[in-house]
Design a protein around this ligand. Sequence first.
Ligand SMILES: [Zn+2]
Length: 453
Amino acid sequence: MNKDIYLTNNLKNKKEKFIPIHKEKIGMYVCGPTVYDNPHIGNARPLVIFDILFKVLKLKYGINSVNYVRNITDVDDKIIKSSKEKNILASELTNNIIKGFNDDCNYLNLDEPNQQPKATDHVDLMIEMILSLITKNFAYEKNNHVYFAVNKFEDYGKLSNKKLEDLIAGSRVEISENKKNVEDFVLWKPSKDDEPFWDSPWGKGRPGWHLECSAMSKKYLGEVFDIHGGGIDLIFPHHENEIAQSRCANDTKVFANYWIHNAFITMSNEKMAKSTGNIIKIKDFKENVDGQVLKLALMSAHYKQPLDWNEKLLEDCKNTIDKWYEVYLPTNDKIVLNEDILSPLFDDLNTPGYIANLHQLYDKALKGNNEEKILFVLACNFIGILNKTKEEWFEFKKKKSTINEDDILEMIALRNKAREDKNYKKADIIRDKLLDKGVLIEDKDGKTIWKIK
Ligand SMILES: [Zn+2]
């Protein structure tokens, strides 16, 4: 594929042509879940967006040319708090949540990253990095805590494009008498008696959150790599701190070349917040919504734009997928999609543009021959849609319906009788009753056909 990939690089505040360091060995690191609770729909957005980027990179550079690392944060204040409330070990909680997270990724039909390293397996590397930062005078110890001295790193704030004072003023910074300056952030802190701990030169304790991504990206991708991604809320402080730690410890001019961030999801135009209870977990959709419907909804807005989540969006996406299955044909063909079709995805992951192309391909497939139908199915498959057979799709829809086939046929017979008797009012009432139960009927060539909505 000759087409170039363009991405909005937040480090430069502009859209840029993607030029990898090594074409055969592209490194992409995305901040993954903190496993204290099952992921919600807001967490699903970066999973889907960076999965699309992974697919586009593999298509352009070759299936084995991309090393995609998505970490798992399995030690953290929220994990400790939640495991204490549940009266279980932190590791028991995190193992359960990781299992649920992997199920959610399968439900969304995501390609598996090459590495999913856990923070707790890499604490030795984090200690090594802290020692190096202390030796180089970028970090200091006080009362069993180690802090990074932000004023020693002159590029701090460059990713957010803000001055240090403005960053500090706009965030909740932890106040501690152990810190030399208020903006300094913790690299190591002591653990309480009932908390997970590791031995270190500064006593029994645990690492600060930001450090794990610096240590694990170095191990799996090297000191300088291509792409770093995550949600927009991670830019400050998390990503600023990752850059500071890595560049100072490794003595490099750059950490990752391209920084890509996805925007928030709102719920019916309100900010998602646990306190207001308007958070939906991915697992709560599984019973009633097929994973590909959820996925299409998550791709319906450009990743840089906020996405408003509401019932209508899901309903529209369900109807779209349903319509698309009308031209579905099973295929094992390996047709290479042409550049025109793929062009929106290469242009800064423009998923709404790609979906518009799919609609056009559908129109052609509807009127066209099998070859056009297969091309449409393959274009859908590329982004993980229409990955189920038509039978599986209908099976799922049928399962959801509260009415069985015998009852449907009986009601249709009653409606036909009413129509014969010219009792159209009664016939309409029966039709509406079926519609309420999710059954759509249509009179065609003297026969009544039905389908689940
Ligand atoms: Zn991170």
